[in-house]
Design a protein around this ligand. Structure first.
Ligand code: NAD
Length: 306
């Protein structure tokens, strides 16, 4: 049994913490939203009054927060309004292993990681892929940056939340790999939606067309595992009105991070930039909290009022 502190119990963090508790670890949790803490207690976690209490006497501490500003606020004490200014690194003894699973900008990951290292605290950036279904099933992919020895030390804990534990390289490399992946995901989701819409407008059945492309050179993860057309795949968000998946606004955030990375690398990303524009447009049409595969609706004819 490992004593684990877990901060951030949202769509992803909640089921991840629950899996750790289910595996027999002592999981002390905190979130700014009380209902999320209540759900975690029901799953076997132990509630803490605040973030400091959650990390006390823990060998491993995990954070799963929305963006870089939240991570900097929690760990470094930078003020981010409500809940900011924790300076939590100061509360940890040297040797503690900190695992940040949030998808954030590389600079923030490195800043927090270097501040941790200066205090003798081990830190890895470990963003995830696999969505809320993967978080609930414990089948996430972890993409890790930091010292290889720290990655190895984290493995027994990560293994209770994920299936694929992948080392990307030095501090920040996990975030870089995650951004490359999500930029590619956005591109093939938009492309899949476009191809399906074209075929359906020309009279094809979306399920038949999906099967054909799935057995042909157009096959990809969006088509095969997360089909954007309603009714083609029973368990996909498309078949439950695009609820409960990966929100369009989080994809827009990740594409923004990928664009900043491309700027830094002086790398041309024309497909990524187009995907960012498409998802941004979609988000501004009232779709920001629906699953990102609802992008398919951009390609459908809208009825005109006469
Ligand atoms: P979410 O908004 O559902 O959860 C974030 C949680 O952090 C919230 O419950 C919020 O109250 C809490 N929080 C924020 N600041 C806090 C603080 N100072 N102290 C304690 N709690 C605090 O977001 P999510 O969908 O769980 O995503 C979390 C991260 O994982 C994001 O970076 C996202 O991009 C990434 N991600 C999400 C998915 C997905 O499918 N949802 C998939 C892969 C990666």
């Amino acid at each position: 049994m490992t004593r684990i502190g877990f901060i951030g119990l949202g769509n992803m963090g909640g089921p991840m913490a629950a899996n750790l508790a289910r595996a027999g670890h002592r999981v002390q949790v905190f979130d700014l939203v009380h209902e999320s803490v209540t759900r975690a207690i029901a799953a076997g976690c132990i509630a803490a009054a605040d973030a400091r209490e959650a990390v006390s006497d823990c060998e491993v501490v995990i954070s799963m927060l929305p963006a870089g500003e939240h991570v900097r606020a929690l760990w470094l004490g930078e003020d981010a309004g409500k809940g900011g200014g924790q300076d939590l690194l100061a509360a940890l003894p040297a040797g503690t292993l900190v695992i940040d699973c949030s998808t954030i900008d590389v600079a923030s990951a490195r800043q927090v990681g270097e501040a941790a290292r200066a205090r003798g605290i081990r830190f890895i950036d470990a963003p995830v892929s696999g969505g809320v279904a993967g978080a609930a099933a414990g089948t996430l992919t972890f993409i890790v940056g930091g010292e290889f020895a720290d990655f190895e030390a984290a493995k027994p804990v990560l293994a209770h939340m994920g299936q694929n534990l992948l080392y990307a390289g030095a501090l920040g490399a996990g975030q870089i790999a995650k951004m490359c992946n999500n930029m590619l995901l956005a591109i093939h989701m938009a492309g899949t939606a476009e191809a399906l819409a074209l075929g359906v407008k020309e009279g094809l059945d979306p399920s038949v067309l999906s099967t054909i492309m799935g057995k042909s050179s157009g096959n990809n993860w969006s088509l095969e595992r997360y089909n954007p057309w309603p009714g083609v795949m029973e368990n996909a968000p498309a078949s439950r009105n695009y609820q409960g998946g990966f929100m369009t606004r989080l994809m827009v955030k990740d594409l923004g991070l990928a664009m900043a990375l491309a700027e830094h690398a002086h790398s041309a990303v024309p497909m990524g930039a187009l995907a960012r524009n498409l998802f941004n447009l979609h988000a501004t049409q009232g779709q920001d909290t629906r699953d990102f595969s609802s992008i398919v609706e951009l390609y459908l004819d809208k009825k005109q009022d006469s």
